[in-house]
Ligand binder design. Sequence first.
Ligand code: GDP
Ligand code: IMO
Ligand code: MG
Length: 422
Amino acid sequence: MKKVDVLLGLQWGDEGKGKIVDVVTPKYDIIARFQGGPNAGHTLIFDNKKFVLHTIPSGIFRDNTINIIGNGVVIDPIIIREEIEKLEATGVNVSSNLLISKKAHLILPTHKILDKYSEEQKGIKKIGSTLKGIGPTYMDKTGRNGLRMGDSVAENFKEKYDQLVQKHQAILGDYEYQDMLAEFEPKWFEAMEFLSKFELIDSEHYINQALKDGKSILAEGAQGTMLDIDFGTYPFVTSSNTVTAGTCTGLGVAPNKIGEVVGIFKAYCTRVGSGPFPSELDNEIGQNIRQIGHEFGATTGRDRRCGWIDLPALKYAIMINGVTQLSMMKADVLDSFEEIEVCTHYEIDGELFDYFPYDINALNVKPVYKKVKGWNTDLTGMRDMSEAPQEFLDYITYLERELQTPISIVSVGPDRAQTIIR
Ligand code: GDP
Ligand code: IMO
Ligand code: MG
């Protein structure tokens, strides 16, 4: 029987997941998101057009591909409606290729307000949330108070909504939110009405039946491993399991039905929002990477923090996810560098570590670097590895040896065409 392949980020998100999902989609019948929500921003560029997807899987541009939003995803009706309308305006056939799990939880306007409230309460300790209501929605899910897509057809839907909003109002007290609520609430109900034309499914039944029928399925991760609620740099993380295990709970796939796991990483590293980032370059080199790599958030527009590649964190991510192959992104951003550095270890109180320590937030972690020679060549026109400069091949060989995993995809530019499958 076929298995579900997984494609997910190994760093702090924005590795280029959307681009690679789009590239490999022709190999698959179904693309499915399993966690996260509109905190994600997945960019696709082809035929001189650019799209940013937040909730909709990145297989939506290919005809004959079914796109599923699984039970592990949280949905903001207003945002998904905007996404769908934008896609439909450019001729993409969304309504017949998009299926939504009945069990996916709904982000209410008050969840977004609670997110903002929580961040303001935390002050300088804020997470740097995208303020899309992700944390509060998952809290209501695990607190067993949430509203799900499937509830929308129930007669007492409005009553359930009101009950949840009342709970939120009790938390918010005299926090000023009435204007925000007055703006979003009518739009939210209009968007729910709009979504009623989409087919709701039990993603677990749908996917397992599809596997029996010999269909090929790719699960598309959002965020990255270092933002995972359990294994990331807690508390500076998102509120879902971004790792391979999240595919099992977020779609209803048994662990023994997981096939290939493609881990995506940048040839360097970025992070947006607060939290530890041992190999961060808070200097001119970091600024250069940001400018050349256009490292600004696809969802919030914020500057992404930039740094060198971090091998201890990558090894950790490969282990947690059971990564079977790697995809290296944005190598072209380093084209003009004479020298590239690689964080091989962390030094903590004079001792060297090659793994990610528990209390990284509190520890004084100093990155230890190895310098490697840059390739100093424009890679953006490269379409075959036979055209690659030796220094670039050496960089790949070095990483494969360190990470003990083959790099099967190399990306040298944002366009669909700038991708080399090895
Ligand atoms: P995602 O969240 O993992 O899908 O990644 P984002 O879309 O948030 O961020 C990746 C950014 O890098 C987007 O602007 C992409 O268009 C761009 N990108 C993807 N691959 C490459 C690459 O190989 N080279 C360059 N220069 N840009 C890339
Ligand atoms: P994609 O799928 C990068 C970060 C936020 C913040 C933390 C918590 O595009 O890779 P949240 O809104 O989830 O409560 O924010 O996680 N974050 C991301 N960073 N890429 C993402 O998604 C992210 N989604 C959330 O910046 O630090
Ligand atoms: Mg992104």
